[in-house]
Design a protein around this ligand. Sequence first.
Ligand code: AMP
Length: 281
Amino acid sequence: MDLLHTSTELKQKIQTFKSANQTIGFVPTMGALHHGHLSLVKQAKEKCDVVVVSIYVNPTQFNQASDLEKYPRTIEADAKLLAGYCDVIFNPIDNKEVYGEEIVLKEYDFEGLDSALEGAFRPGHFKGMANVVSQLFRLVEPTHAFFGLKDYQQYVLVKKMVEIDGFDIEIVGCSIIREESGLAMSSRNMRLTENGKKGAAVIHYAMNYCKQFYSYYSVEELKTRAVYMIDGILDVEYLEFRDAQTLQEINAFKKGQTIFLSFAGFIDEVRLIDNIRFEVI
Ligand code: AMP
């Protein structure tokens, strides 16, 4: 496994893969890796000849300086976790290695898919995310790229960005990996207290309740119930039922429709997100 810090080294390595006609699986991350990330890497290894993982805390997708500052950075432990599972770690020494001399961000027209949910609460987040993923795709030139469905809206937008920028890359969505309690694994969980970690398990509990019992209630009633379960343990930022394809709001559960229930909230001053998708039968 190579740990590379510059785009020049990375490009050289990619050329050796390309000239050997190898398929390249790419997993972009911001580090502080856990078994959720590792599951993406393992899926990449199964599907592709070689696997590249980037570890880069991208400044352009943070809308709060304090969040960027507090984001955990654990490169040594990350490299240990990845040993044996990936071929190259790209951990750029600075922003120039990703963006060039100057950070210039492209405006994407995501046709409204970026305006709701995370887009509404984290202005500029998806613009930064799409730009960094696009830059990394140009450097890594993957045949496949793996994204967690924990960030479902991100997954939808990456597919759209690939279409807009004309990349020939297969985007693979990977299931959410959870703690035994049901809490979705996240780098941010490191910042939770033991009580916070226990309490945050209510997110999945409430969302799973919605998946089980949607047929008994209206959308509004179910939302009220779920928020009631979570509120008091976490500060709910949003909990919304959307159409999984269009991300449009829904006001009724229609047969055959896939529902995307999305959550964001705070506990121990840490912002957590999670979601669940289910088909109305
Ligand atoms: P991040 O380092 O948070 O930017 O995440 C890098 C990738 O790992 C993204 O595609 C995430 O969706 C994915 N990911 C993070 N946590 C999980 C999880 N618990 N299960 C599955 N994928 C995850």
